[in-house]
Design a protein around this ligand. Structure first.
Ligand SMILES: NC(=O)c1ccc[n+]([C@@H]2O[C@H](COP(=O)([O-])OP(=O)(O)OC[C@H]3O[C@@H](n4cnc5c(N)ncnc54)[C@H](OP(=O)(O)O)[C@@H]3O)[C@@H](O)[C@H]2O)c1
Length: 276
């Protein structure tokens, strides 16, 4: 491994402190991007059934020459497969597309509160973990209320909650709850895709002061807050930069200045967003 710090999860396993996102790459592009990333030292790869690139991700893992046990593969259950039996069947399809014996981290992609089946899916995920088919189980886009319900009804809390997080949406409240429950916060859209964040004069000035790029500043901000970012890049040089963020430290005034902005969500609101 390449000196990437690690998070210890509430189930005793570990995750590297940064990973690679793969949306919206198709199979061929995902295969290429993941191969490059593994070669550069990435060891956490994020995909989902709904990204339709699990086959490409799996091919890259098989071709990479990196020992399988060093790589953490994350995939996600889509909304159309919520429910106990549906989750077991959906997982089996993901595992087949990935070509893996075991998936390292399996997440419920969205809670879909109106459908109200995420607890049934969670029970299936607990079974998959007990059977050793999944190493760690978690959720994505869950609120405090959704997570508390999992705990109350099953006694098992997720190891990870993957949520939209970037300086326009710093998620203080949810992060404080995660810290209390020993749940790792993974940040999706960590670079604020589409918001102009990387051109923001505050971020650019801080980057110049450290002799790094705006992307590196933003990713360092995540890791200093204890969050685990999963930036997507299909470009080898940007992948390299995004991984190289542990050699400098942002000061507390810089940390505050980076997040001192009007809150803005780029994706769906977990209370109402429906994605099948
Ligand atoms: N759980 C969920 O509901 C959910 C939702 C959305 C996303 N995700 C996951 O989170 C991952 C990341 O989120 P995202 O793809 O939305 O956004 P992001 O990682 O914030 O931004 C990706 C964009 O930034 C560019 N980029 C990457 N590194 C850069 C750098 N150093 N400097 C300048 N530009 C850079 C990429 O282009 P190039 O490829 O050309 O470098 C791409 O256009 C996704 O790929 C996916 O795995 C999860």
């Amino acid at each position: 491994m390449s000196g990437i710090p690690a998070h210890t999860l509430n189930d005793g396993t570990t995750l590297p402190a940064i990973g690679l996102g793969t949306w919206p790459l198709d199979d061929a592009h995902a295969e290429r991007a993941v191969l490059t990333a593994l070669d550069l030292g990435y060891r956490l790869i994020d995909t989902a059934t709904n990204y339709r690139n699990e086959t490409g991700v799996g091919r890259a893992i098989a071709r990479s020459g990196v020992p399988r046990e060093e790589i953490v593969v994350t995939t996600k259950l889509p909304g159309r497969h919520h429910g106990y039996e549906e989750t077991l069947a959906s997982f089996e399809e993901s595992r087949r597309r990935l070509g893996l014996e075991q998936v390292d981290l399996y997440l419920i992609h969205w809670p879909l509160p109106r459908v109200d089946k995420y607890v049934d899916s969670w029970r299936a995920m607990i079974k998959l973990r007990e059977e050793g088919l999944v190493r760690s189980i978690g959720v994505s886009n869950f609120t405090v209320e959704h997570i508390e319900r999992l705990g109350t009804e099953t006694g098992v809390l997720p190891a990870v909650n993957q949520i939209e997080m970037h300086p326009y949406l710093p998620q203080e409240e949810l992060r404080a709850f995660h810290a209390e429950k020993n749940i790792v916060t993974e940040s999706w859209t960590p670079l604020g895709r589409g918001t102009g964040l990387l051109q923001d004069p505050v971020v650019v000035t801080i980057a110049e002061a450290h002799g790094v790029t705006p992307g590196q500043v933003v990713l360092r901000w995540h890791t200093q807050l204890g969050a685990l970012p999963i930036p997507k890049s299909a470009d080898a040089e940007r992948q390299r930069q995004n991984l190289d963020i542990f050699g400098f430290t942002l000061g507390s005034a810089q940390m505050m200045a980076i997040a001192d902005r009007v809150p803005q969500r780029t994706g769906g609101d977990p209370e109402v967003h429906e994605e099948f």
